[in-house]
Design a protein around this ligand. Structure first.
Ligand code: SF4
Ligand code: SF4
Length: 368
């Protein structure tokens, strides 16, 4: 079967070799999923690539890795296919080049530009508030009226939702629009929540050498649950505002603040661990040409978490204005970049896990 990119062609070759060998079938979901097929379309290979958690176990277990003439490198090849799949499914098409350019400098630059834009809005609204807003009881809104915040973030959020939905729909269609049931999604949610397939079949994840550990999974968990807690803080604050009429800022022992502090700590520890693991990671296990996208995404999370915590600690000082602008700039940049960066890997992996749960349920059902 012909494929649309060299990475997909190589993935097809490797899956044919692995399907004959099957030595790694107990390591993760990729090999059992591969065994259900004899030939692979682009959609099948993108499904397998997003099912792979890049634990590296099959690279270290394989007797055919380079310099063997078969040159089998499943994690590296699937990482390349996976990274290219993010751009392939992105919506609108014109935004696809952003994945290759979505680097560290772009993430930091966009955050600063957005923060400056917000500072400009503050200056236009109430110039004197920038360094004195902390003296005001309604200090957030002395800087930026609530309506302006809602309009700015609501528009960015809706755009993000639309673009992410369109990308996910294209991915789902290309992988065959599988007819999943609630139990498949329950299984996929459990597998995603504990990162089941990042454990190298029970040994741990290989990162810088041939000694597996659980550290990479731990950093992912700090990041993922930190993000969810921050999302919970924002959602609860919205309920406080619109349902109870309680306006921000909230005391440190209120629900939104406690969730935000816990989430912010997760979004600092997790990304720092991931950056350190990425710096040490064996190059053979990663995709070529997408390092900037990956580091940029982790940095965005780190800046968002750290600026949110700094706002909590220093929110009653004259730094409130600049810190609020930086935090809002980071959140707005994060929203806008979500459909065009590494964020989509969580969504596509969840969809791949859902299809896998459904495929295995059908394959293992007793035959009548
Ligand atoms: S990665 Fe290597 S050892 Fe594992 S199934 Fe493929 S060919 Fe066999
Ligand atoms: S790197 Fe890990 S998750 Fe990916 S195919 Fe190999 S064993 Fe499976």
């Amino acid at each position: 079967m012909s494929h649309s990119t060299p990475a997909l062609t190589e993935a097809d070759r490797l899956m044919t070799v692995c399907n004959s060998c099957r030595y790694c079938e107990g390591l993760c979901a990729v090999f059992p999923a591969m065994e259900l097929k004899r030939s692979f379309s682009d959609g099948d290979l993108n499904h397998l690539a997003n099912l792979c958690h890049n634990c590296g176990a099959c690279y270290h277990d394989c007797q055919f890795t380079p310099p063997h003439e078969f040159a089998v490198n499943v994690p590296g090849t699937l990482a390349q296919v996976r990274a290219e799949s993010y751009a392939h499914y992105a919506w609108p098409k014109a935004a696809r080049p952003l994945f290759a350019r979505h680097g560290t400098a772009l993430a930091i630059g966009m955050t600063l530009v957005t923060a400056l834009f917000i500072l400009g809005l503050v200056a236009a609204n109430e110039p004197g508030a920038l360094l004195t807003a902390h003296l005001d009881d309604a200090r957030f809104y002395a800087l930026l009226p609530h309506e302006a915040m809602v309009a700015l973030f609501g528009a960015a959020f809706l755009w993000m939702l639309l673009a992410v939905f369109m990308g996910a729909r294209a991915f789902w269609r290309d992988t065959g629009t599988p007819q999943t049931e609630l139990r498949d999604h329950t299984q996929a949610t459990l597998d995603a929540a504990r990162l089941r397939y990042l454990d190298g079949g029970g040994m741990g994840c290989f990162n810088e050498d041939d000694q597996p550990t659980d550290r990479r999974r731990l950093w992912h968990h700090f990041t993922f649950y930190g993000f969810l807690l921050c999302l919970g803080a924002t959602s609860l604050a919205t309920v406080y505002h619109y349902v109870f009429g309680w306006e921000a800022p909230y005391t440190w022992h209120s629900g939104p603040a406690l969730l935000g502090i816990a989430g912010g700590i997760g979004l600092v520890i997790g990304p720092l661990g991931l950056l350190s693991a990425k710096r040490a990671r064996m190059q053979e296990l990663g995709a070529v040409g997408f390092r900037g996208m990956e580091v940029g995404f982790i940095l965005m999370l780190l800046i968002t978490g750290a600026s949110g915590l700094a706002l909590r600690v220093l929110g009653e000082t004259a730094l409130l204005g600049p810190l609020l602008a930086l935090h809002l700039g980071a959140v707005l940049t994060f929203f806008l970049s979500m459909p065009y960066g590494k964020f989509v890997h969580g969504l596509y992996r969840y969809l791949a896990l859902s299809r896998h749960a459904r495929d295995m349920r059908i394959a293992l059902a007793p035959k009548r």
